[in-house]
Design a protein around this ligand. Structure first.
Ligand SMILES: NC(=O)c1ccc[n+]([C@@H]2O[C@H](COP(=O)([O-])OP(=O)(O)OC[C@H]3O[C@@H](n4cnc5c(N)ncnc54)[C@H](O)[C@@H]3O)[C@@H](O)[C@H]2O)c1
Length: 270
């Protein structure tokens, strides 16, 4: 515990259950002295355990569909009121694809589902930022982080239209980061995380293969959700205040490794 977020206020989106990356971030942020509001889609109240997390971290819960500007208006204005001042950090930890859920392969995706994937998993990030800006809800040097995956840069079968959503998400971080940086010194980054066993992660076809392959290729092995929470907290802290508009790989070296000896040994013919 370093008190890295002492006195800082924020909003954490996307904690569904104890496996969620956002859940781990909330625990760490609380440990480091932050106060925050937890948010998730209304439907998550039925399936998830967000109220348990709220009790542990002493947080209020405000449900919001992150694609609804009305819900976001309510969330952002109430959060500033409840927390007693403007915000210093926001975590966007939101992803969902009906094409993935319904098993529609990428070449055959349903376009209504596709629009939803892009809106929920990427457009919502723009909406969150636009709403914060509209209400002037972020302090100078506030830090906004969204979670992404390397399928934005490379083809991974089964990741489906989420790959397109992640490419858009990363682009929004760069573009909005430009405007918000000049205007208010707000910094905006994406963190590209290793495969992680969560509800969203495990829903991807062939996830076990992604996980094992990445673990075998990465010199440090896969980064866990707790490792990810540590990195997110570092990004929310003042120790990283000049980092913005970046896609930051948090993957044990996966993104810059071609192949590992361990994997090649396993492929050798007898
Ligand atoms: N698990 C992995 O392998 C992995 C790897 C890299 C990046 N990520 C990203 O991390 C983020 C968090 O996912 P996770 O793995 O912790 O899984 P998760 O299923 O725990 O979290 C996804 C969250 O998105 C929320 N959500 C869905 N639709 C929403 C909406 N309309 N409005 C508000 N919230 C909504 C869900 O309720 C859930 O809490 C996602 O962006 C995901 O793509 C995950």
């Amino acid at each position: 515990m370093y008190n890295l977020l002492k006195g800082k206020r924020g909003i954490i989106f996307g904690a569904l259950d104890e496996n969620s990356i956002a859940w781990k971030v909330a625990l760490k942020a609380h440990e480091e002295g932050a106060t925050f509001v937890l948010s998730n889609a209304p439907v998550a109240l039925r399936f998830g355990k967000i109220n348990e997390l709220a009790a542990i971290t002493g947080s209020e819960v405000i449900m919001a569909d992150a694609t609804s500007l009305e819900d976001l208006d309510n969330l952002v204005t109430k959060s500033v009121e409840i927390l007693g001042g403007k915000l210093d950090f926001v975590l966007h930890s939101i992803g969902m694809s009906l094409n993935v859920r319904k098993g529609k392969d990428y070449p055959e995706i349903n376009y209504e589902f596709y629009q939803k994937t892009l809106d929920i998993s990427a457009g919502s990030f723009h909406k969150v930022l636009q709403t914060c800006r509209k209400h002037d809800a972020l302090n100078e040097w506030a830090s906004v982080v969204a979670l992404t995956y390397i399928a934005a840069q490379r083809a991974f079968p089964g990741y489906n239209d989420m790959a397109d959503a992640k490419a858009l998400l990363e682009s929004i971080a760069r573009s909005f980061g430009y405007y918000y940086g000049f205007e208010k010194k707000v910094r905006i980054n994406t963190i590209s995380q290793s495969p992680t066993y969560t509800t969203a992660g495990s829903g991807v076809k062939g996830f076990d293969g992604f996980f094992t392959y990445a673990d075998k290729i990465s010199p440090l092995g896969n980064a866990s959700s707790t490792d990810c929470a540590n990195f997110v907290v570092a990004m929310f802290s003042d120790l990283t205040r000049m980092v913005t508009m970046q896609n930051l790989y948090h993957d044990g070296g996966f993104s810059t490794t071609g192949v590992s000896q361990q994997l090649m040994d396993g492929l050798k013919e007898e």
